[in-house]
Design a protein around this ligand. Structure first.
Ligand SMILES: [Zn+2]
Length: 133
């Protein structure tokens, strides 16, 4: 009769409180105990290596996910800042346009004002001449 693996397995259930032995056939004897390939020192080391490699992969994927989310958040903040700048520029443009319109009017008035003043001077001069005459 072939021996089975002596490795104790605990599945965490109440019925398995004291654990149960592995049912695989023994392949090696280590420290006097029959073990299957899965539960030999090499088998456990390989399983640990695979597990750790998977954890490293999962942790890397998680880090990349967080980095992507942080980047998305940063871009959203950049967008908000940009939107505020656009609002500020829009306001400045509106003010500049209003100012330009005032200047245009002033330029127009500057052309009209001397003429109006000139007319007034002629009117006043004539009025004075009339008083003197
Ligand atoms: Zn085993």
């Amino acid at each position: 009769m072939r021996k089975t693996c002596s490795y104790k397995i605990y599945d965490g259930t109440r019925a398995d409180m004291f654990g149960h032995s592995c049912t695989r056939l023994m392949k090696v004897i280590e420290n006097g105990k029959p073990l299957c390939n899965l539960h030999s020192a090499a088998g456990l080391a390989k399983a640990r290596y695979v597990r750790e490699a998977r954890w490293a992969e999962e942790s890397k994927a998680l880090e990349e996910k967080y980095a992507r989310e942080a980047e998305k958040e940063r871009k959203a903040k950049d967008y908000d800042a940009l939107a505020r700048q656009v609002e500020t520029l829009k306001l400045a443009l509106e003010q500049s346009t209003a100012m330009l319109n005032v200047l245009k009017d002033a330029k127009y008035s500057n052309q009209l004002l001397p003429e109006m003043l000139g007319n007034q001077v002629v009117i006043n001069r004539n009025a004075l001449a009339g008083l003197e005459g």
